[in-house]
Write a protein that binds this ligand. Structure first.
Ligand code: KG4
Ligand code: ZN
Length: 378
């Protein structure tokens, strides 16, 4: 949950963080080896009121008020929150006596993502909008990742731009003609790159999330200059299009382990060698495709976002691309802004509201769309 003061319009959008609170569920999902949807939903319900309270306090917007709300409002809010276990009771207890903060718009992710989890956020935001009389607008999760770079110091985006969005659920190359004008020009045909990191990590008996673990081991292999024994393929690099396939790479790791470690235990060095080769493969595949995309679109800005860009080797490789392409600016959000967060959703909505001010007045009923795709609105 975040509260942001936004100014500058589409030409020079800038943001001041008034309050921001995040609860990561990684520890909770670790024992399941991945995100467990119903648990994710329950945790969202449990944590949202507390996170909002914390954010309001940080923003100095948490003020007690004696004004009693119309009981009908509470009936409406109960109906909005009816499907979220215990959320209504907690919501009422926490916000019944709090005055409406001076906020112009509430923005909430409507997709893509896990629908049960998205619904919690949508119901919560809708209930708040009802209680405080504030309009609620939907935001696209992937547009949020793109807009996350607006939070950084170096935030000038020259169009046409490209975005490489790499996370546990997505691998897409997006051509951005201008704000709001998106076209997915390449995407994975099967697994997302983060998913491949997580699955390969599991094959190496590493905990979830696998990305950081693989990254650490790969770094060990490079630092200790371990011999390069593992060899893996680079699927689709000659496919003459901008699509990816990570499922074959994952299977290649599986076969490599099966064929070479039948009667031999995987040592820490073996794992490090595989991790380095796997990471190198991912770096090669992503850079080859992005270079093709830059040539095809004459992009002036390259935005890379999503949890996987926390990977050090990828960050270094993409940052260096500025040296290769004199007219290219590479924008990568900080690690905190790369993984899912509410600040990026505020940024995306600010852009959208500037493009389409009528969305505030429309007061449309927001629906969770698990497979929502980025597209140009017009
Ligand atoms: O964007 P994100 O936080 O969540 C969504 O999937 O939407 O991305 C999480 C993914 C996980 O698959 C995780 O393993 C990967 O990002 N990840 C990394 C690193 N840190 C997180 N992958 C490679 N290297 C890392 N250092
Ligand atoms: Zn994400």
């Amino acid at each position: 949950v975040s509260i942001v003061d936004a100014e500058g319009g589409l030409t020079s959008p800038h943001f001041k963080i008034l309050g921001n609170a995040l609860f990561s569920q990684i520890e909770i999902h670790k024992e399941y080896g991945g995100v467990f949807p119903m648990l994710a939903k329950r945790e969202h319900s449990k944590r949202l009121p507390m996170l909002l309270e914390k954010t309001l306090k940080e923003a100095e917007m948490y003020e007690l008020s004696d004004t009693k709300n119309n009981p009908d409002i509470w009936m409406d809010i109960k109906n909005i929150l009816i499907k979220e276990d215990g959320l209504f009771e907690d919501f009422k207890k926490k916000f019944e006596n709090i005055g409406a903060p001076k906020i112009d718009v509430i923005s909430v992710t409507s997709g893509p993502g896990l629908e049960p989890a998205l619904w919690v956020g949508i119901s919560f935001a809708t209930a708040l909008g009802e209680l405080w009389g504030i309009p609620v607008v939907p935001a696209n999760h992937m547009e949020g990742h793109i807009a996350s770079v607006l939070m950084s110091e170096k935030r000038e985006i020259i169009f046409p731009a490209l975005a490489l969005l790499i996370s546990g659920g997505h691998t897409e190359i997006v051509k951005i003609e201008d704000w709001g004008k998106y076209e997915i020009i390449g995407e994975t045909l099967d697994d997302a790159v983060g998913e491949a990191f997580d699955k390969v990590a599991r094959m190496l008996y590493l905990p979830y999330p696998g990305g950081p673990e693989i990254s650490k081991l790969a770094q060990k292999a490079r630092q200790e200059n371990l011999p390069h024994i593992a060899k893996l393929p680079r699927p689709m690099i000659h496919s003459h299009n901008l699509n990816f396939s990570f499922s074959g790479l994952k299977t290649a790791v599986l076969y490599y382990i099966r064929d070479n470690f039948k009667d031999k235990v995987l040592s820490q060095d073996d794992k490090a060698d595989i991790a380095r080769e796997f990471e190198d493969c991912v770096v090669d595949i992503l850079t080859i495709k992005i270079k093709e995309a830059i040539d095809e679109t004459s992009a002036k800005t390259l935005i890379i976002a999503g949890g996987v860009i926390a990977n050090k080797k990828l960050r270094e490789t993409f940052t260096k691309m500025e040296e290769e392409y004199s007219e290219l600016k590479v924008l990568i959000p900080t690690n905190e802004l790369s993984t899912d967060n509410a600040l990026m959703i505020a940024c995306a909505s600010y852009i959208n509201i500037n493009l389409y001010p009528e969305i505030i007045k429309r007061r449309e009923k927001i629906i969770a769309k698990g497979n929502l795709r980025l597209k140009s609105l017009s």
